[in-house]
Design a protein. Sequence first.
Length: 707
Amino acid sequence: MRRIPTPLLGLIALALAAGACSYESRDVLPETPQKIESSTLYSADQTLLHTFHAEENRKVIPIDQIPRHVRDAVVSIEDERFYRHPGVDVRAVARALRADTKVGGIAEGGSTITQQYVKQEILGDSAQTMDRKIREAALAVQLEQRYSKDRILELYLNAIYFGKGAYGIEAAAQQYFGRSVTEVTLAQGALLAGLIQRPGATDPFAHLPEATARRNVVLERMHDNGLATAAQLEEAIAEPIVLGSSVLPAAEQYPAAYFVEEVKQWILDDERFGATPKERRDLLFGGGLQIQTTVDLVAQAQAEAAVAAILPDPSGPAVSLVSIEPSTGYVRAMVGGRNFFGDGPSDKLNLATQGGRQAGSSFKPFILATALEAGIDPETRIPAPGCINLPIESGTWNVCNAEGSGPATASIIEGTVYSYNTLYAQLVLRVGATAAMAEATRLGIASPLETNPASVLGTNNVTALDMATAYASFANRGVHVDPVLVTRITRADGTVLYENQHRQDKAMNAASADQVTTILEQVIERGTGTRAKLDRPAAGKTGSSQNNLDAWFVGYTPELSTAVWVGFPNLGANNELIPMRRPNTPITVFGGTYPAQIWQRFMTAALAGRPVVAFAKPAPPPPTPPPPTAVAPQANPPAGPGPSATMPSVVGQSLLAATETLERLGLIVEVVTPTAPAGGAGVVVAQSPAAGQRIPAGASVLLEVAD
């Protein structure tokens, strides 16, 4: 579509106003609005967790309850001729045209309150095109012919966006002043009116000077229009801005708030739920959805209790924690910070899923996995001195162990148990940083990874969700399952809008994954993670970034994979991240201290009462084959499998039948058992590779079989 030249815009407005709009349309808002229903969100056990209230149901207020000075403030700053024009204000358009011409761009808008309402609520389109502008102006004129001025102002004030998630004047008054709009002062009403044009730039919580200046402009405009006396103007400008608390009242708070917010953002960002942000918002807040999630409220409470027990001081470091079921990917608990309902600068930031922090040595198991997949024996001995200089493409890489000391040589196993940086630096150069980062991605790290040698020391930023997911692939014997927060969404009429489809990918061989687990068990038994020891088999790894800025413990049992990060989320006085050592913390924080303790406390509670499940043990190395003996060639050797085969579908078959089918094709069968199978005992419920893919003879096929 063509963009409208500004002079033409003025002519369009003039023609529409003079001709009472010959352009006909059926898009005018009907007398009876479409029924709007709130959406509900449920935990894994069907407990009602939260209601996404339909905004119109919660925030609509009649015009006669909106104080006159609030209405006057909005009209003065947004459309001072509102009560005198027919929907399109030719004079305002001409004024905007002069301002735009003077600066050579868009300096001032000419849209009336009626046009703004049409654009936002009827058209839902802000494109600067001729067709859209003509429809907007035409509908504005028709709306004025159908409704009174007060009714249009009422619709506008209950729909317009005021920032910080507040739609409508009542929600805005509650958001910024903690009171109903019926109680706001002249100065407060002017501040709210000033937010409409640029709510982000004039947000008083974040930009108080700009909000104050804008409020004063509104007050002066009211005085110029005869809607406030000189005395009222002087008093209102002198009134200090006293904001209400941004903390939600306790009665309105809900459990697992970071998890709920993550589900909310997932729906609002996913185009499967609407082509535009407005469509997705309308669906979530007014579509009557029923959203079934994976969060376990008991495990969630246990996670929050573990954090509070180890780090009770709210001024101390923050914590993120994610716990995932390895076989299903179901996220059972999520802690994203100190208090989602607090008013701190980072309280609304979900530290478990947003931003990411350096992983430190908790990243080493991905290099270990790469080495094992490459056939390197974990008993291989490598130098592990306190410091070492290694030649790399960009020059010399100087690496030191955390303690500054180390043995002359150590096995890869010992290097993992005691987290020798110098040993792992040499190992990553042997297997290649690119291969190691690709392995980490296959296992479940969704954050972008730089492929440089230093990445072995955890210099890449990752999230707790990343780490819990990737370690879950170790627990699941090399099978990766994407993390799942929502299992099913139904519409108000019961039809299914979304249903999670279980998908698994073979990230590494089961034998190699079992070796990783056996080595990481020793980290807890006798290495850097002894504070994480449980009364059952467990594997994990500590991690600390340089200067003690980040501390991790990531570990798993066959039933749960849990990642814990500890650190200060905000910058300090010098505009740098705050290290976790005295005087900022009582102790110098490493992965084996607070993170391991939180992990141990949470996992002990979450697994209490469950039967102890052992990890699969690595298969013994195959015996050395005898030297080949000469065999006379056969005239007609038996036909063997071809070089490749098309993978058949064996889902739904018994394990015996599926194995026979695949072995006839020359394929090797590996079996895993899900924790929560969706099928009868002994039946194949999933396979990798999928049916129809070409697979070479002699390759392994992974079958997920109900126990």
